[in-house]
Design a binder for this molecule. Structure first.
Ligand SMILES: OC[C@@H]1[C@@H](O)[C@H](O)[C@@H](O)c2nc(CNc3ccccc3)cn21
Length: 456
């Protein structure tokens, strides 16, 4: 299976998960600093205080990327390094780190793909309401412009947000992520303000001459248990309605406004039932619908549902009344997520059909397994099998006509896995968090060969 000649092979990380140096060079506090230091929020009391110490080790890490032959490296910028409180003057030392990182990547012939927001909101803004407050969207646009002004001469690929669904519904809905609020109405308001911030920032980036702008979403094919292993299975009316509802809340809630400038009726109805839709102002959808070039797709596993009469909505899923989240008949990763490779091709073909005006890129795909270091090596055959199976589906989606530009593996390094802390490892490079030693896992060597062959 050989991929298109211009297919982009890369890897992805995020600032809070790898950088450490949380009090260095003028960095302000983020909501994840606050959340991870609050007892009970993160496994084993882990925090991102040190993480992979990438802030100090970035040159060696870029060397690893070069050794793997990556064409692209997706990383996020920590807003609190740029504006410690989230607004106002720019911290030159914070910006200087990313300036150095970008230059190191270009020197290694690796294209930098910048994500402007991967969940580390400045705590100063959270104290003013965070994403529940409309003003945060405008502060985000100011921040985006400041970063692009500095790096836009060398960075062509820009993602505004990583997974606004997670920021809104895990951060403000069920509270398993920072800032840990449990309020469905706050979550729906936050989802809208994140989208507004996306649109406002995308306009600033475009006005600044950005080459490619994308929105990155966590998306999945929503399937009944029977459909997981039998794409031809036909769900009954109630189950089909459950599938449509969750597809709408997970994916259409974000891509319809961003790509088409419309909200699904079900989202507006859910908002009316959860605090009202007064936060949606006239003209907002036009602002949100700023032209973008790509949708970044983060896929790990399908979302499995069936109807469940009388079931209350899950706090992370306002509007999901009557839906029961089910399990798939499939092997699972260390996260308990089902391994369903063809879910990726089913998703990519669907998104290509539903949103034909934008290209697609797999901006995250990967898996956590219980890695064991043996004689200085990690024989992660399960991760190789996961990646191989999913890349075969990427190839199939391209063959089926999907406008798919590239694939970025999650993740380059083992890192801080949010509420799971360091006990879950997604990296193709093993990190010993005591010594900060990096070791290529077998999956990294395998991925290097895939890149060299441009295929499987
Ligand atoms: O969990 C693995 C990665 C995570 O490390 C990335 O920072 C994030 O972008 C990411 N998104 C997903 C898929 N969505 C999801 C996020 C949080 C909880 C459950 C699912 C997985 N991942």
């Amino acid at each position: 299976m050989i991929f298109p000649e211009d297919f982009v092979w890369g890897a992805a990380t995020a600032s809070y998960q790898i950088e450490g140096a949380v009090k260095e060079d003028g960095r302000g506090q983020s909501i994840w600093d606050t959340f991870s230091h609050a007892p009970g929020n993160v496994a084993n009391g882990d925090t991102g205080d040190v993480a992979c110490d990438h802030y100090h080790r970035y040159q060696d890490d870029v060397g690893l990327m070069r050794e793997l032959g990556l064409a692209a490296y997706r990383f996020s910028i920590a807003w609190p390094r740029i504006q410690p409180d989230g607004w106002g003057s720019i911290n030159p030392r914070g910006l200087a780190f990313y300036d150095r990182l970008v230059d190191a990547l270009l020197e290694a012939d690796i294209s930098p793909y910048v994500t402007l927001y991967h969940w580390d909101l400045p705590q100063g803004l959270e104290e003013r309401g965070g994403w529940t407050d409309r003003d945060t969207a405008f502060r985000f646009a100011d921040y985006a412009q400041a970063v692009h002004d500095k790096l836009g001469d060398r960075v062509g690929d820009w993602a505004t947000l990583n997974e606004p669904w997670v920021s809104a519904y895990l951060g403000y809905g069920n509270g398993v992520h920072a800032p840990g609020q449990r309020d469905p109405a706050a979550a729906m308001r936050s989802a809208h303000h994140l989208l507004l911030g996306h649109g406002l920032a995308a306009r600033r980036l475009r006005d600044g001459g950005a080459r490619r702008i994308m929105l990155v979403v966590n998306s999945a094919p929503v399937l009944t248990p029977a459909q997981v292993n039998d794409p031809a299975a036909v769900p009954g009316e109630a189950d089909a309605a459950a599938v449509h509802r969750i597809h709408t809340l997970l994916t259409r809630q974000f891509l319809d406004p961003a790509v088409n400038g419309t909200y699904p009726a079900e989202v507006l109805e859910a908002a009316e039932r959860n605090g009202g839709a007064g936060h949606i102002k006239d003209g907002d959808l036009e602002l949100i619908n700023a032209p973008i070039d790509l949708v970044g797709v983060n896929y790990y596993n399908p979302c499995v549902v069936e109807s469940g009469p009388g079931l209350p909505a899950d706090a992370a899923w306002p509007g999901s009344e009557g839906v029961r989240f089910a399990t798939a008949d499939a092997p699972t990763t260390a996260m308990g997520w089902p391994i369903v490779p063809d879910g990726l091709s089913r998703l990519l073909v669907r998104l290509s059909r539903d949103y034909p005006r934008v290209g697609l890129m797999v901006t995250e795909n990967g898996a956590a397994f219980e890695d064991v270091v043996e004689n200085g090596r990690v024989h992660d055959a399960d991760r190789v099998a996961y990646l191989n199976g999913h890349l075969r589906e990427v190839w199939r989606a391209i063959e089926a006509g999907a406008d798919l530009r590239g694939y970025l593996v999650w993740s380059l390094l083992d890192n801080f896995e949010w509420a799971e802390g360091y006990r879950r490892r997604f990296g193709i490079v093993h990190v010993d968090f005591t010594t900060q030693t990096r070791v290529l896992k077998d999956s990294a060597v395998w991925y290097r060969d895939v890149i060299a062959r441009n295929g499987l």
